[in-house]
Unconditional design. Structure first.
Length: 147
C-alpha cells in the first residue's frame, strides 16, 4: 500500500500546474532580447489563482516608465487586454507545466511560454514573435523577489 501511495503522490505532483504568484524582477544578464532593446528594468507583480492570472508590469527604459495591467484566463478562453490604445486578444492555456500565451495584433503574432524553475525562484519567458519586419525570439529571465 505504501508503494501505491508514493506512486499517487508522484503522479499528483507531476501533474500539478505551477503557481506564478509573486513579484518578479528582470535579470538582464541572463535574458536575451535579440534584436529588441532590453528595458533598463522590469518588474511583474502576479496574482495567479488558476484559471485567473492577473499581473501588473512596470517597465522602464530611456523614454521613461510604463505600467501595464493584464488579466488572462488560463483555461484556453480568449482574454482581451489594452496596451496603449490597442486591444490585444490572447489565449492562455497549459501545455503540461508550461503556460502558453498566444496573442495577435494586426499583422503581428506572438507566443510566450512561461516556465517556472524546479525551486520556484526563476520564471523564464520564451517569446516567439512574428512581425512584418521578421521573426525573432526574446528570452526573458525573471527572479522571484517575494511570494
Amino acid at each position: 500500500m505504501t508503494i501505491a501511495m508514493a506512486a499517487l503522490a508522484i503522479a499528483t505532483s507531476a501533474s500539478a500546474k505551477p503557481n506564478f504568484s509573486g513579484t518578479w524582477r528582470l535579470n538582464k544578464a541572463k535574458s536575451n532580447y535579440g534584436p529588441v532593446a532590453a528595458p533598463a528594468r522590469m518588474e511583474r507583480k502576479i496574482v495567479h489563482e488558476d484559471p485567473m492570472l492577473k499581473m501588473v508590469i512596470v517597465q522602464a527604459n530611456d523614454e521613461g516608465e510604463r505600467t501595464l495591467e493584464q488579466v488572462y484566463k488560463t483555461d484556453g478562453s480568449p482574454s482581451v487586454n489594452k496596451v496603449g490604445t490597442r486591444e490585444i486578444t490572447s489565449v492562455a492555456k497549459w501545455d503540461g507545466e508550461v503556460l502558453v500565451i498566444s496573442s495577435e495584433r494586426g499583422d503581428s503574432a506572438q507566443s510566450e511560454r512561461w516556465n517556472l524553475s524546479q525551486d520556484g525562484s526563476v520564471l523564464t519567458l520564451v517569446n516567439r514573435i512574428k512581425s512584418p519586419k521578421g521573426n525573432f525570439e526574446v528570452i526573458v529571465v525573471m527572479e522571484r523577489t517575494s511570494q
